[in-house]
Design a protein. Structure first.
Length: 269
C-alpha cells in the first residue's frame, strides 16, 4: 500500500492522461492479427487481463481507450444500433478490423462484452479466455463499480455538462445497459444482472470450440495463461489492477475532468 501511495495519480491511472488522438476508425484497417479475446464479464479482472496481455506482447483493447480515442464511441454506437436496435447492418469482420485493427487482443469491458458471439465468429483463429467469479461476490463488485456509477446523479450531471469525454462515454454505455442488460434504470439493472451474467458465460462456452477456450481463475498466475498462449512466463509478478479503491479514484478523476472541461468552455477556469 505504501508503494502505491508514492505513485502520482498519472502513474496510477496513465490511461486517463494520454493525449486525445482524434482517430476516425472508419479510415483504419487491420495492421496486426487479432489473436486473443478475453470475453469475461465486467468486474472479473478485465483490466488486469488487459495489463497481462500487454505484458505478453498482445496490445489489448479495453474501453478505457475511450479516454484517448473518444471517437471510438462513434463506431461502438453504430455496432450497438445495428445489433440491438435494428439500425444499419450488423458488423462484419471488416468493420471490426477498422475499429480494433491496432490490437492483437480484446479484454471485453462494456460495450465489447455485449458482442462476444460476434467477435468469436469474426475471428475464428483467436483464442478465447473466460474468467468467472463466484456469482454473489461478482454481483457485489458489479453493483458498486458499474451499476452505481452508471446511474449516479453525479456522473450523469457531469456527462450532461461535458460533451467531449464523459458525455459520449455515458451515451455509449447507456446503449448496452438498455438492451443487453435489459435495464432502463438501476433497479432493473440489479434485477437482471445475475441472469445476464449466467447467460453470457453459457453463450461463450456454447459457441467456442473447446480447444480455443481457456477457463482462467484470478489468482492462478502466469502459468496457465502462458501455456495456453504458447508464451514464456515473464519475470514480473502477475498484475492486479483496478480494484474498487482504484476504480473510485478513477471515477473521481473523470468527474473532475468533466467539470473542468465545462468550466473551461464556460470561461469559469
Amino acid at each position: 500500500m505504501a508503494a502505491k501511495q508514492q505513485l502520482s495519480l498519472q502513474e496510477r491511472h496513465p490511461e486517463l492522461y494520454l493525449q486525445q488522438k482524434n482517430i476516425d476508425r472508419r479510415t483504419c484497417t487491420r495492421v496486426v492479427p487479432m489473436e486473443v479475446l478475453n470475453l469475461s464479464f465486467p468486474r472479473t479482472g478485465t483490466m488486469t487481463m488487459q495489463t497481462a496481455l500487454n505484458i505478453l506482447g498482445y496490445p489489448c483493447y479495453h474501453s478505457v481507450a475511450f479516454f484517448s480515442k473518444i471517437r471510438d464511441c462513434d463506431m461502438w454506437n453504430e455496432a450497438q444500433d445495428a445489433k440491438f436496435f435494428g439500425k444499419g447492418q450488423r458488423f462484419t469482420r471488416a468493420d471490426w478490423d477498422q475499429l480494433l485493427g491496432d490490437y492483437k487482443a480484446v479484454s471485453a469491458d462494456p460495450p465489447a462484452v455485449a458482442f462476444a458471439e460476434d467477435l468469436i465468429e469474426a475471428y475464428p483463429e483467436a483464442k478465447v479466455i473466460l474468467v468467472e467469479r463466484e456469482l454473489e461476490s461478482w454481483f457485489k463488485s458489479f453493483d458498486k463499480a458499474v451499476i452505481e456509477p452508471t446511474w449516479s446523479f453525479r456522473m450523469n450531471f457531469v456527462a450532461d455538462l461535458d460533451p467531449f469525454i464523459v458525455g459520449p462515454t455515458r451515451y455509449c454505455h447507456r446503449k448496452w445497459t438498455t438492451d443487453w442488460m435489459r435495464a432502463k434504470d438501476a433497479k432493473e439493472m440489479r434485477e437482471h444482472a445475475r441472469d445476464v451474467y449466467r447467460e453470457h458465460y453459457a453463450l461463450v462456452r456454447r459457441v467456442t470450440p473447446k480447444e480455443r477456450l481457456l477457463e482462467y481463475r484470478l489468482g492462478d498466475g502466469w502459468e496457465p495463461l502462458c501455456k495456453f498462449l504458447g508464451k514464456p512466463v515473464p519475470n514480473v509478478p502477475f498484475p492486479r489492477v483496478n480494484d474498487e479503491e482504484a476504480l473510485r479514484e478513477m471515477l473521481a478523476i473523470i468527474a473532475r475532468r468533466g467539470l473542468w472541461c465545462h468550466g473551461s468552455r464556460a470561461g469559469l477556469v
